[in-house]
Design a binder for this molecule. Structure first.
Ligand code: ACO
Length: 332
């Protein structure tokens, strides 16, 4: 799927916030848990440390502070939100949705609220969906949240997945703006590749499977990731009539430094325009892109008029890109 809504309403991100659990798990500690080394993890992934939720912390506990920060940053109150989309594969529970739980905890009583599942691409899908609803006039102000607590569904004896992931969440407020804003989206899914990254015992098929931890064929996911990050971004740029030279800030899914380096080189974008924080957070799945956005904002890298390219990819297999001309000037 590729395109933009056509009724002329321009939509942008007007506030953003993020939150990660306090507990830091570094590679030295992982060396004591499984048969791995800091050297192996750094060389293959570039990840130094990640954040891990406390036993009592669930998805909504991590997403809530991110939402509050995003609302404050946008200068709006929860009661003014009429759409809340929570992208996650680790909800508090299957139902009620974490979106509904969050809306209640925030006091967003007038919001339609639900969860969206698209693996690590969830946040990109949620942005596109909120964009469509806002541009089409179905909603006036949306809160889009991406986050995961993958530490709860990892096999803590499996070195091949344990070292890759971390917990965290980010949130953005989206609303109509005077100009600029989102220029387009490119989204896709290849269910045939789903077997390469899946969660046994997590739904109505084989629900009684005793083992309920993430399974991944790392090499296949690596091949998919390196191909799709480039392909999706190039398709979208061509559709929007921009080139990589026009892109000021590139935010790829934070899965692995090797994957990011590959995409950076293939796209031909200077590394100083690329946002990388996977070294500090690991792969936070749906939290990855909003956490990187919030980091870029905190570093003063998101200035009015700048062009931001974001591309996510993950379980499904799914992918999604967005082009955004950064602006916070509200529509009259
Ligand atoms: N420490 C030490 N050795 C390890 C570890 C570890 N943590 N994990 C695996 N190994 C070993 C393997 O057992 C294997 O040993 P063998 O040669 O004796 O069999 C060896 O290291 C090489 O294993 P590979 O899987 O071939 O290593 P590779 O270079 O492919 O790197 C990695 C593995 C980092 C997982 C890589 O494949 C990758 O990054 N894949 C993409 C993963 C990803 O991005 N997933 C998430 C994307 S989607 C989403 O975000 C949910």
């Amino acid at each position: 799927m590729i395109g933009t809504a056509s009724n002329g309403r321009t939509i942008s991100i007007t506030g953003l916030g993020c939150h990660v659990p306090e507990r830091v798990l570094d590679n030295a500690e992982l060396e004591r848990l499984v048969d791995t080394t800091d050297e192996w993890i750094m060389e293959r992934t570039g990840i130094r440390e990640r954040r891990i939720a406390a036993p009592e912390e669930a998805m909504s506990d991590i997403a809530l502070p991110a939402c509050l920060r995003a609302l404050e940053n946008a200068g709006v109150e929860a009661k003014d939100i009429d759409l809340l989309v929570m992208a996650t594969v680790t909800p508090d529970m299957s139902f009620p949705s974490t979106g509904a739980i969050l809306a209640d905890r925030l006091g967003a009583a007038d919001a339609a609220a639900y969860d969206l599942s698209a693996g690590c691409t969830g946040f990109m899908y949620a942005l596109a969906q909120a964009y469509g609803m806002l541009a089409g006039g179905l909603a006036q102000r949306a809160l889009v949240v991406g986050g995961d607590v993958l530490s709860k569904i990892l096999d803590w004896d499996d070195r091949s997945t344990l070292v890759l992931f971390g917990d965290g969440a980010g949130a953005v407020v989206m609303e109509p703006v005077a100009g600029g804003g989102f220029l387009g989206f490119e989204l896709g899914a290849d269910g045939g590749g789903g077997v390469h990254l899946w969660l046994p015992g997590s739904g109505s098929r084989h629900f009684d499977e005793p083992e309920k931890f993430v399974k991944m064929n790392g090499r296949e996911v690596f091949k998919f990731a390196t191909r799709i990050l480039v392909q999706s971004a190039e398709t979208l740029m061509e559709r929007c009539g921009v080139t990589i030279d026009d892109v000021d800030v590139y935010i790829p899914h934070q899965a692995n430094v090797r994957i990011i380096d590959h995409a950076t080189k293939k796209l031909g974008i200077p590394s100083e325009r690329v946002v990388v924080n996977v070294d500090r957070y690991g792969n936070t799945s749906s939290g990855s892109i909003p956490l990187a956005l919030a980091d870029a904002a905190a570093d003063g890298r998101l200035r009015d008029g700048e062009l931001v390219l974001m591309t996510g990819m993950g379980a499904g297999l799914t992918w999604g890109s967005a082009l955004l001309e950064w602006t916070k000037e509200m529509a009259a």
